[in-house]
Design a protein around this ligand. Structure first.
Ligand code: FAD
Ligand code: ZN
Length: 470
């Protein structure tokens, strides 16, 4: 046993320093595409323990990889293969520290699972709107470290917009308490926003003060069959105008994506599955009278049908039906995994340019890689598509990835650049895109990012080799 492991055991207790046996829960990434080797997995229970662990590792020159629920999709929360990095799991820090209903804030520790945060808010009579398919496993610390998005961004913003304050342990092992919960504070640089989205490379988030919202009185959900991406964008415009802030979700799903759900989850009913090129899921959170809202929602869909930007539409009659519709949307990634390995993208493009992006990129892909299948779906209301690429039917998916992944990525990302988009709208950079980012980010931006990293973590101890290389 190394001296460092002994020292860490002295800080958090020997039972919480794992360095033998099967550590794959912490070493293997969610998509099972990357397996690292940790020197040890350390599981502190308090902020003071986090700080003491950071100081011990810094003194030993040992890098730390912070980890929450290990649901990240860009190889950011697992160690490299060297066996020299300590994984710091925040999962034991899951307390709800405070609820302030007058200030509309909830303060929780970083390891709190997102679903538990939502439940704590609900029990207090409020809504915490961050919502994503990994919510039963991901932690709020991981959500903030990746600035997670999800299905309600259109109305409430991403994780950054939902956070008023942070508690962070710095690379030097100091504790910064920024949990004030102030909505206005212009006393210098915004340190909170620096740590949010930094993917564990600038500091370790130990707690957060989050915004609470009123629970909607009711939620209306509809599914529309849509003839084209142009039509989907037009439907979004109509929905925005008619519903204003009541529009909380607007998801688009390509026909092939939906056909995979039909194929692999036979019990799920997909509305108008073969009848139209795209399906759109709309959600309307109602604050006032439900009946009036339903009539407004119906008239919005009637306008869309008259204009031809929808060819058919259905409104969920009850919560169970609404859940079923969302279940279809959320089953797309799983259905795609059932179909075989695939190349994932989480791009964003200005909403107005998405139709042209899809037309051009679909055509280029079809031309350059014959038979390729597109699983296109995503948060159209945020200009964010999961523009995923699947091997040709019956082809060897593993060989396809080996031979074509770089080519597909280059093609998709060149198009993203041509349309002033981003190569990551949600999942982040991690280790997966760290060497791709310099091709798509300006040298000035990269230089500023490196300067920030070097100022905050001069020893390059926090998640080295992720986001930006030093
Ligand atoms: P981890 O995977 O453990 O870590 C992610 C990154 O954050 C790593 O770089 C890690 O070092 C860092 N980190 C973790 N905790 C801390 C901390 N306390 N302090 C500092 N750094 C930390 N993302 C979206 O944005 N929108 C979606 O809709 C969405 N859907 C998903 C659906 C599924 C089924 C899955 C598996 C993932 C999805 N994701 C989505 C990816 C998303 O990034 C993660 O689910 C989540 O935000 C990460 O939380 P985590 O606790 O699992 O973090
Ligand atoms: Zn998403």
């Amino acid at each position: 046993m190394t001296a460092l492991i002994q020292e860490l055991a002295g800080i958090v207790g020997a039972a919480h320093v794992l360095h033998e046996g099967d550590l794959s829960a912490w070493e293997l990434d969610w998509r099972k595409r990357s397996r690292g080797k940790a020197l040890a997995v350390v599981r502190p229970a308090t902020t003071e323990q986090v700080a003491a662990v950071v100081r011990a590792c810094a003194a030993a020159g040992t890098p730390i990889v912070p980890q929450g629920g290990n649901t990240g999709l860009v190889v950011g929360g697992t160690p490299d293969a060297s066996g020299t990095q300590v994984v710091m799991s925040l999962q034991r820090m899951h307390a709800v520290r405070a609820i302030d209903t007058a200030n509309l804030t909830l303060t929780v520790e970083a390891g709190c699972v997102l679903q538990s945060v939502q439940e704590a808010a609900r029990e207090a009579g409020f809504l915490f709107p961050l919502s994503l398919a990994a919510e039963g496993s991901c932690t709020i610390g991981g959500n903030l470290a990746t600035n997670a998005g999800g299905t309600q961004v259109l109305r409430y913003g991403n994780a950054r917009d939902l956070c008023l304050g942070l508690e962070v342990v710095t690379a030097q092992g100091e504790i910064w308490n920024g949990l004030s919960g102030l909505r206005k504070d212009n006393t210098g640089y915004d340190l909170r926003d620096l740590f949010i989205g930094s993917e564990g490379t600038l500091g370790i988030i130990t707690a957060a003060t989050l915004k609470l919202y009123p629970q909607p009185a009711a939620t209306l959900t509809a599914w529309a069959a849509v003839p084209s991406m142009e039509a989907a964008v037009r439907l979004l415009e109509i929905a925005r105008t008619r519903l204003g802030a009541g529009l909380t979700g607007f998801e688009v799903m390509g026909q092939f994506a939906l056909s995979l759900v039909v194929k692999h989850f036979t019990t799920l009913r997909v509305p108008f599955a073969d009848a139209s090129p795209y399906g759109v899921l709309l959600e309307n959170a109602v604050q006032g009278d439900e009946q009036m809202a339903r009539e407004g929602f119906e008239s919005l869909l009637e306008i869309a049908l008259e204009e031809g930007c929808a060819t058919d539409a259905v409104i969920a009659e009850n919560i169970a039906q609404a859940r079923e519709l969302w279940h279809v949307r959320e089953s797309i990634p799983l259905a795609q995994a059932e179909e075989g390995l695939n190349i994932k993208h989480d791009i964003s493009i200005p909403i107005s340019r998405i139709p042209d992006y899809c037309t051009q990129t679909d055509a280029r892909l079809a031309r350059e890689i014959p038979g390729v299948r597109l699983v296109n779906f995503g948060h159209l209301g945020d200009g964010n598509l999961h523009y995923n690429v699947q091997a040709p039917e019956g082809g060897d998916a593993r060989a396809f990835l080996r031979d074509q992944e770089d080519r597909v990525n280059t093609l998709v990302y060149e198009q993203v650049r041509a349309f002033d988009g981003s190569i990551s709208a949600e999942h982040g950079v991690g280790g997966l895109k760290v060497d791709t980012l310099p091709d798509y980010k300006s040298p000035v931006a990269l230089g500023l990012m490196r300067a920030v990293k070097q100022a905050l973590d001069p020893g390059n101890l926090l998640n080295p080799g992720r986001v930006v290389r030093i």
